[in-house]
Design a binder for this molecule. Structure first.
Ligand code: MN
Length: 241
């Protein structure tokens, strides 16, 4: 039985909804992607074929080995940066879903030498003490196209992510992870929201950030209610499908 046919059909529905939600929220556009770990085979993950997330249907979902090898793509093209997902699932057994995004408010924090992306409000406690930044030059030198296009780069990214929930990628975007698809989507949306608010706060000057203790406590209380935004976003995304 192929990994795809043994996956919970409800998980595939959720993955399709996640693609549409992230498109609607402006976290993914024509680029970026969201994956989920297979519910019965932890050595596989599910990800759409190479296409704009907002247009993904059930039939577009493909299963992959953790080294990025597509199992059932046939002759369909797959995402160049699928290695991001597999490498993180290998390094982090607790991670069940991954969002890779170029969402625009986050990008300034990938290039600033001074300011890090840090939690400025209770909705983004998952940013903890600040998101680490992956510098592709450290691994691949100068002259890359900045894409994580092989497993070696994927492993280097996963190493910089470490135990965090979000890693920034210099001059490129970010990757957000979670213990469920809903939480990975929630965090990707609020990483973008936090970045917007943080940039505004920096313009006012000298922002106060959540302490590590506040970030931890706020994360526990807001993320316990993830079903609420998920239901709202899913209904909105399905209404325009
Ligand atoms: Mn990318």
């Amino acid at each position: 039985m192929s990994p795809l046919s043994s996956a919970d059909p409800a998980l595939i529905d959720d993955l399709v909804d996640a693609n549409h939600i992230l498109g609607m929220q402006g976290v993914l556009d024509a680029f970026g992607h969201v994956s989920v770990r297979h519910d019965r085979s932890p050595a596989h993950f599910l990800l759409a074929r190479n296409m704009a997330p907002a247009q993904v249907c059930r039939e577009d979902i493909v299963s992959f080995e953790l080294d990025g090898t597509p199992v059932d793509a046939g002759d369909r093209r797959v995402y160049l940066e699928r290695f991001i997902h597999g490498a993180i699932y290998r390094a982090r057994p607790d991670v069940m879903a991954v969002v890779h995004s170029h969402s625009p408010a986050v990008v300034p924090f990938t290039v600033s030498r001074r300011e890090r992306l840090r939690p400025v409000c209770h909705m983004s406690g998952f940013l903890g003490g600040g998101a680490p930044v992956f510098e592709i030059r450290d691994v691949a030198g100068d002259g890359t196209d900045l894409l994580v296009r092989d497993d070696r780069l994927g492993r280097a990214l996963a190493q910089v992510l470490g135990p965090s929930h979000c890693v920034l990628m210099r001059g490129h975007g970010s990757t957000t992870v979670g213990p469920s698809l809903k939480l990975a989507v929630y965090r990707a949306v609020y990483a973008e929201v936090n970045a917007r608010i943080q940039s505004q706060a920096l313009q006012l000057g000298d922002p106060q950030y959540l302490s590590a203790e506040e970030a931890q406590a706020a994360m526990a209380s807001t993320e316990g209610q993830v079903d609420r935004p998920w239901a709202l976003w899913k209904a909105a995304a399905r209404a325009i499908r």
